[in-house]
Design a protein around this ligand. Structure first.
Ligand SMILES: [Zn+2]
Ligand SMILES: [Zn+2]
Length: 340
């Protein structure tokens, strides 16, 4: 089975947060948060179609300029999803630069910003380079509650967490995985071609067995026959991203629901349990709590980040505490999920 996306932390866990999601076969990538993007190549940055911003504290949004700088001359639009206030903030950022050089012969780069309130996109705006990024109205997409992107192959879910301000957590969900078995394709004497994409789409939709798929001129095959031989359906991938959240029962419930069954959970672990008072004051999770939440959600893989610089002298300590809780070990393990 091949994964829909390959995900990785942008920086070491003590540096600014961000996760790069490379969409396979799509020449496309997604970003969770816009911290320091300096380690991404220009080519990687230019593949980003959508960026999902938890909140606009500088460590999560400071990379916006690099993203804009590199995407400025590309024809494909860039979509940004973020918390309440992000449309105004992006507008202010754009107005802090001079745009007289982007005339009518320049590519009309479009930046579309969606603002999430509670569990939905409440307002949107568009900024076009040829208009010197003057703000213009944009109709918010009509999506189910809790979704900020809904495409054929995957969707993006969100919940708002309490960090003193709203901090959005996200989960990329691939509802169904459809793989093509090359060997079976050859055995059936079927050619490789664009028809496979159509067959995968139909399978993903759950179209009836008798649906005819056009393989070549005048040649069609029933979807049911393809399901039995060439196509393999399985559970899809889920990648969740959780950061900057106070340790409250409401946040815990939302995190566990969002990350339930995730193949990979990226979750902040700012402080050690021994410094719980600092974590509470700054509305961050401790490593033990991050591990316990990952365990409660049944996540398969765990990556922690956003470690406080106070632990630079013992860099493995934070991750070790989170891992122990993830395995259900120690006094701050799974049992602490019941704490209110
Ligand atoms: Zn923050
Ligand atoms: Zn932060």
């Amino acid at each position: 089975m091949t994964w829909l996306v390959q995900s990785r932390l942008l920086n070491d866990p003590f540096s600014d947060p961000g996760v790069y999601l490379d969409v396979r076969f799509g020449r496309r990538a997604l970003l969770f948060d816009l911290g320091d993007l300096g380690r991404l190549s220009a080519r990687e940055v230019m593949r980003v179609s959508d960026a999902f911003v938890s909140h606009t504290h500088m460590d999560h949004f400071g990379g916006f300029d690099r993203l804009l700088r590199l995407c400025l001359h590309r024809p494909a639009p860039l979509r940004l999803v973020g918390p309440p206030g992000i449309v105004d903030q992006v507008e202010h950022r754009l107005r802090s630069y001079t745009w007289n050089l982007l005339g009518s012969d320049a590519v009309d780069f479009r930046l579309i910003v969606h603002e999430v309130e509670a569990d939905r996109i409440a307002r949107s705006a568009e900024f076009r380079s040829r208009e010197a990024f003057r703000r213009r109205g944009h109709a918010p997409p009509a999506l189910a509650p809790g979704r900020v992107l809904d495409e054929e192959a995957f969707r993006m879910e969100t919940v708002a967490l309490d960090h003193g301000i709203p901090s959005l957590a996200f989960a990329l969900v691939e509802p169904v995985r459809v793989n093509v078995l090359q060997g079976a394709l050859e055995a059936q004497g079927l050619p490789v071609g664009p028809w496979l994409a159509e067959a995968k789409r139909a399978a993903r939709r759950g179209a009836p067995d008798e649906t005819r798929i056009a393989v070549a001129d005048g040649v069609t095959v029933a979807l049911g026959a393809l399901r039995e031989t060439v196509l393999r359906l399985g559970p899809g991938q889920k990648v969740a991203y959780v950061t900057d959240a106070a340790d409250t029962p409401e946040n815990a419930a939302r995190i566990v629901a969002l990350a339930r069954g995730a193949d990979h959970l990226f979750i902040e672990a700012a402080f050690l349990e021994a410094d719980r008072d600092v974590a509470a004051r700054t509305r961050h999770l401790t490593a033990a709590r991050a591990g316990a939440l990952a365990r409660a959600a049944g996540a398969r893989h765990l990556t922690t980040f956003h470690h406080s610089a106070r632990y630079l002298e013992r860099p493995g300590a934070v991750e070790a505490e989170a891992r122990a809780a993830f395995r259900g070990e120690g006094p701050t393990g799974a049992a602490s999920d019941e704490r209110t």
